[in-house]
Design a protein around this ligand. Sequence first.
Ligand code: CU
Length: 163
Amino acid sequence: MALVLAAIVPLAVFAPAGASVRRRPPVVNLVINSFRFCKKAPCSLTDTAYLRSPAGGSLYDNKQAFITIKAGSIVRWNYKDTGTPGCNQFNFGPVNCPGHEVRLENGTPGGGRQIGFAAARSSKPTSISWYIPPSYAGRTIHYFCNINNHWAFGLTGVLVITR
Ligand SMILES: [Cu+2]
C-alpha cells in the first residue's frame, strides 16, 4: 500500500496545476448542402439564416437558423452538395455552379473577406475551416456565398459567438 501511494503521490505533486498545456481548439462541423449552410445534411429550406439585400446586409434575420459557436473553436463547413438539388448537378451554361464560399457580410454588394472556397465535383472531400478567436465572443457574424449570387438562392448563414 505504501509503495502504491509512493508511486502515485509524486505524480500528483508534479502534475502541473493550471499548466499552459495548449489544447487543440474544438472543431464544430457544419455542412454546405442544397444551397444552404446548416449543422447536418440534409439542410432544409428554412436553414437560410438571413435574407440578403443586393446592396449588402440583412433585410430579415431568420433567428431559428442561427448557429451558436463557442469562441476559440474551429468552424468547419463540409461541402456536401452532391445530392438533389445540389451544386454538383449544375455543371453547364449560365447556371454553372463552380462551388461555394464562405464570405463575411460587411454591408456592401460584394461582401467582405472570403474565409474559404469549396469546389464542386471534387474527387476529394472539400471543406472550409475558420478559427474563431476568443476575442470574437459576443459577436453575431453574417456570412454568405457570393458565387453566382448563391446568397439569393438561400445560401446565407449566421454564427452567434459565445464565450
Ligand atoms: Cu455557392
